[in-house]
Write a protein of this length. Structure first.
Length: 302
């Protein structure tokens, strides 16, 4: 199983923090109750300036000589979309396994609260697969099985349109209902920041709340552990294209790499902040409990 039972039980007490991004549901559990225009009567309250006069009950006014507003129950549920990067680079050092664990945790939170869940494969080598679940807690085991079956794709030579541009188009053209969009990837593509802001603003305009979760390997996040006193010569293979290159990891190379990585992450973070979105970077060296209950806690409500 992707997650221990103890973790699952803790996740059952959590909900997503922002309930603004929801749509009116015809049926299902009540997630948000507000004044609305549905047929299910909730009660009366006195009119206050600013109330919609169309909700005034004139029969009550005739009997009591006071204005009362008729309130109805509005049933809302959020649609939670999880886009998972299954490209070849995600197969390194259990990155995809960690991504699956995060996706599984999101699934528990979503389905436990009777929201709708959609899990999509972002690989550029396949069509955009879409797994949808709306059966509440009963769909959690099925969601786990489907997520666990995701595998990293084989390396391929680069094709015409840029990978990130293609992925961005897949995301923003997925006919998403209002809710949350989690994008789980290593984002290790220099073109990502060129497309990120446009993608996020389109999602926000569609009443989505995008959350970017970067999953790196422990060595990608901190390559110092690979360095020896004389440097380390490696035959590197680009997992996305299969191209090979020999490099020597000495102190200078590692320091330049760390600066470049930090600058890249900061660009992603700034674009996300400007668009009003979240960006969180984690790595395989962290405990999954710490990631789920500490690193991601600002997107939850207990």
């Amino acid at each position: 199983m992707l997650l221990d039972n103890s973790i699952i039980e803790r996740l059952r007490t959590i909900n997503l923090a922002n309930n603004r991004n929801s749509y009116l549901a015809d049926e299902g559990a009540v997630l948000v109750i507000r004044s609305g225009s549905s047929d299910e009567f909730l009660g009366y309250r006195e009119y206050v300036p600013g109330d919609d006069v169309r909700n005034l009950d004139w029969n009550a006014y005739a009997r009591l000589d006071k204005f009362y507003v008729r309130e109805n129950m509005e049933i809302r549920r959020s649609c939670v979309n999880v886009f998972m990067d299954t490209s070849a680079s995600m197969g390194f050092d259990n990155k995809l396994l960690l991504a699956k664990k995060i996706a599984a945790a999101i699934s528990v939170i979503t389905l436990e609260n009777e929201n709708e869940l959609s899990v999509r494969d972002l690989s550029k080598n396949t069509r955009l697969s879409n797994l949808e679940f709306s059966g509440g807690r009963g769909d959690i085991p099925k969601a786990f099985r489907e997520i666990e079956a995701f595998t990293a794709k084989e390396p391929v030579e680069a094709e015409g349109k840029g990978e990130i541009e293609s992925i961005s188009e897949k995301i923003v053209t997925s006919a998403l209902r209002p809710g949350y969009t989690f994008i789980i990837s290593d984002f290790l593509n220099e073109d990502f920041t060129d497309n990120e802001y446009k993608m996020l603003t389109i999602l926000k305009a569609s009443k989505q709340y995008p959350i970017l979760i970067q999953v790196l390997s422990n060595e990608e996040a901190d390559p110092k552990q690979m360095q020896s006193s004389k440097g380390l010569t490696l035959n590197m293979i680009d997992s996305e294209t299969g191209k090979k290159k020999k490099i020597t990891l000495d102190r200078g190379v590692i320091e330049r790499y760390i600066r470049t990585l930090n600058d890249f992450k900061e660009k992603i973070r700034k674009n996300a902040a400007i668009a009003g979105c979240e960006f969180i970077s984690v790595n395989t060296g962290e405990k999954v409990e710490d990631i789920l209950f500490n690193r991601l806690k600002r997107i939850y409500t207990l």
